[in-house]
Design a binder for this molecule. Structure first.
Ligand code: URP
Ligand code: ZN
Ligand code: ZN
Length: 470
């Protein structure tokens, strides 16, 4: 017995066309007319778009940060992902110093096994480099963890030096994995934070001032020089600045393989969220994330980077902490505020409303940015990231007629605020299927079992294209 979606408009990264689509078991089995078989359930999706399920390249669920742990765990986070049209998340596991990669992976599985409502995979953060870690990278690849992360910031906890970046990139080239990078100069940030605090400047207003745009630009430029020497591709997470983007464009001209991700917050929010010199309101802690929110000219530059297809993916960096009791940890010291903000639920709605409907991107580009490019870069294509016969039936039926105001009052995310409070969202997920299982029906979350599967991802093919578009 199958399911036929009838009368919708299928959107992939490259095509838009009207056709019916038939799902059986976990896969898309046919696309065309007259494909119904006896016993099939037929769902009319006239007036709706049929999109491949979204892939969020960047989440942190159940993440310990200092004295606290994120408000969303793998259960609440993956439910919120589905409500927003994301059927796969790639979350960050992280090696603590003194720990092996295997231990870090085992812990991440323990947190997520049997908890996930959407499919999921892991990137692995490397913080403690040695010959053993180098060997273990191969074990990770065998376990389906084909991408890693290095932090150029968070001195004393996560930050690695240039020598490690070089060694990891060379190792990654052998393994055909992909290294993702948090690009901010952690040494300079630490000096700026100490300077601010020594002057008694402790409110969240100082968070962006101690992480200026140039610390991102400097780290990106340095990374891209190291990547050129190592002759290995790199993926830059949560790009936030025009200056950083310019460094990326310059490196691309030099033939360096560099892929960039940005997030809705760096497109739609700006540093006015931190108030002004005189306000010093602790509510601004809701926007304490790293990198911080930037200027409106950075928003504009990133939108241009997206529409010119220089930026490949939209992740969220979903890392939620409640304002009450968690963000408040830093009430007397902005550098102690847990860093991060929620977003997994609103990614596609925001890209549709402020990207497609504002004529900044096409529907096809939205699909490429929120699903297809991620599948290709992170070893999931064509199982995920497209609507094609044989692909997993991860399908989002998007109703463009719907409209709402985003609010903490109507969100699924398990956190006491959203940075997009009051933002208008046009369109919503009417129905969603995860490997053929209907998980959202008429806008309601209906799945009571955590059906999400761990994804063993492939390595990078030799001939992966890295230009303007896939
Ligand atoms: O503030 C953020 N982004 N927290 C999550 C960790 C990271 O740097 O991605
Ligand atoms: Zn980061
Ligand atoms: Zn992150």
């Amino acid at each position: 017995m199958g399911v036929v979606l009838e009368g919708g408009k299928i959107i992939t990264a490259v095509d838009s066309y009207y056709s019916d689509i038939r799902i059986e078991d976990e896969r898309i089995v046919s696309i065309g007319n007259d494909i119904k078989k006896s016993g099939d359930e037929v769902i009319s999706v006239k007036g709706c778009y049929i999109l491949p399920g979204g892939i969020d390249t960047h989440t942190h669920f159940d993440l310990e940060s200092g004295s606290t742990v994120t408000a969303d765990n793998f259960e609440t986070g993956t439910k919120a992902a589905l409500v927003g049209g994301t059927t796969t998340i790639l979350d960050y596991a992280t090696q603590n110093r003194g720990e092996t990669l295997k231990e870090a992976l085992r812990k991440q599985h323990k947190k997520s096994d049997g908890m996930c409502y959407c499919d999921y995979g892991f990137h692995m953060g490397i913080t403690d480099w040695s010959d053993k870690t180098s060997c273990e990278m191969e074990d990770m690849v065998r376990e389906g963890v084909t991408s890693f992360k290095l932090y150029m910031a968070y001195k004393k906890t996560l930050q690695v030096d240039d020598g490690v970046i070089f060694e990891v990139l060379k190792r990654s080239k052998e393994l055909k994995s992909l290294i993702t990078f948090h690009c901010e100069n952690g040494d300079i940030i630490e000096a700026l934070i100490n300077e601010a605090k020594s002057k008694g400047n402790t409110s969240p207003y100082y968070h962006p001032l101690t992480r200026p745009a140039l610390v991102e630009k400097e780290a990106i430029a340095r990374l891209l020089n190291i990547a050129e020497i190592a002759d290995s591709p790199v993926y830059i997470v949560h790009l936030s600045t025009r200056e950083g983007l310019l460094s990326i464009l310059d490196a691309k001209k030099r033939g360096i393989k560099v892929y960039a991700e940005t997030c809705p917050q760096y497109l739609l929010l700006d540093d006015s969220c931190y108030g002004d010199k005189n306000s010093h309101n602790f509510e601004e802690a809701k926007y304490v994330m790293s990198p911080p929110l930037r200027k409106t000219y950075d928003n504009d530059a990133l939108w241009k980077g997206i529409s010119s297809r220089e930026i490949m993916t939209i992740g969220t960096d979903h890392c939620s902490f409640n304002y009450k009791g968690q963000k408040e940890i830093g009430i007397d010291d902005f550098s102690k505020i847990p860093n991060g903000a929620p977003g997994v639920e609103h990614r596609i709605g925001l890209m549709y409303t402020y990207g497609v409907l504002k004529n900044r991107i096409s529907m096809n580009e939205m699909v490429a940015l929120t699903s297809t490019n991620a599948a290709k870069l992170f070893g999931l294509f064509p199982q995920k990231g497209t609507i094609a016969v044989g692909s997993d039936a991860d399908i989002v039926v998007w109703d463009p007629a719907f409209s709402k105001a985003i609010s903490v009052k109507n969100q699924m995310q398990n956190v006491d605020y959203t940075p997009y409070e009051g933002f208008e969202q046009k369109g919503r997920v009417l129905h969603a299927f995860l490997r053929g299982n209907k998980v959202i029906s008429s806008g309601k979350f209906i799945e009571d079992k955590p059906l999400g599967k761990y994804l063993y991802r492939k390595t990078q093919p030799e001939d992966i294209s890295y230009g303007k578009s896939f």
